[in-house]
Design a binder for this molecule. Structure first.
Ligand SMILES: O=C(O)CCC(=O)C(=O)O
Length: 293
């Protein structure tokens, strides 16, 4: 990896031709039935997103980023503290790969992600919030505790955010694929849990009725497929018991009118501070989709 990584957030458009451009947006839209199902379940899968060659390209770039995490630290938004302390027990999780690698940068504009995200959120204009990588090596005990994405995002308002989860490996129960609790996006906001902590931390905050209704389902995906979840959806994943890696890229999007709730400090490390009530905009938060008129 280049020793002084580029700050690709200064580019508000794709830099390569690796991924498709918008073209006819209806081509990427989900069906009415899928949209209804998302409204009820809070979740939709699978979407076909990446070719084998695109998956291979992203795997190679991810491997290079993984090899340079020490040097890249300041250019990423965050590397999970628990992983730094206990890498043998904790899933490798970091934010901001789009700032340091062209392919990760261009992926955020992929219409196969942005069009369904805008459609399912019910917005005309979609803004990028941030990306994440969740990487479980083979035979790794790390889990992703049950959580709602929104618990970590309440410094932005209103809650109009959505997540596109992209598999870089075939994912199944054995290698700790994503699990979701259908319908839990309607349960209201719950407290944030500690990432490197126990799987079941959230249970202490569930009502009796929610505990009874807590019925997770696995979301198996093939490499290159994606799933979408609501920001209030409870999800998590178990250890990788297989001899295969399990690498997921997460793209988080939000309504283009999202505002900063508190103005206390930058929303993401390295991004420009935004005053309370100010629009979350600027190079770190590009507009990635605008519905054609
Ligand atoms: O990769 C995982 O198991 C967890 C992903 C996750 O938390 C998310 O997509 O928000």
């Amino acid at each position: 990896m280049d020793p002084s990584p580029p700050h690709l957030e200064s580019h508000q458009e794709p830099l390569t031709d690796v991924f498709p451009r918008l073209g006819e947006s209806s081509k990427w839209e989900v069906t009415h039935a899928e949209s209804e199902s998302f409204a009820t379940a809070g979740h939709l899968a699978p979407l076909e997103l990446l070719s084998e060659a695109q998956v291979d390209g992203l795997r190679q770039r991810l491997s290079a980023i993984g090899d340079s995490l020490g040097e890249l630290g300041a250019s990423l938004y965050e590397i999970e503290a628990a992983w730094r302390e206990r890498p043998d027990e904790t899933v490798l999780h970091f934010l901001g790969a789009w700032r340091v690698d062209e392919l990760f940068h261009d992926l955020i504009f992929h219409p196969g992600a942005t069009v369904p995200a805008a459609q399912l959120l019910g917005v005309e204009r979609l803004r990028f919030w941030h990306d994440q990588v969740f990487w479980k090596p083979a035979h790794h005990p790390g889990v992703v505790p049950w959580h709602q994405d929104w618990s970590y995002w309440s410094r932005t308002t209103p809650q109009r955010h959505i997540t596109v989860y992209i598999a870089l490996d075939d994912m199944d129960e054995e290698n700790g694929c994503l699990q979701v609790v259908p319908g839990s996006h309607l349960w209201g906001p719950l407290p944030a849990v500690e990432f490197g902590g126990a799987m079941e931390q959230l249970h202490a905050h569930l009502s009796e009725a929610q505990r009874e209704a807590f019925a997770p389902v696995t979301v198996p995906l093939r490499a290159g497929q994606a799933s979408v979840h609501h920001s209030g959806m409870i999800h998590g994943s178990l250890a990788n018991r297989s001899g295969r890696p399990r690498r997921g890229i997460v793209l988080n999007y939000m309504c283009a009118q999202t505002k900063c709730a508190d103005g206390e400090s930058p929303l993401l490390a390295g991004s420009q501070p935004i005053e309370a009530g100010g629009l979350v905009e600027g190079p770190f938060f590009p507009l990635v989709y605008e519905r054609p008129r």
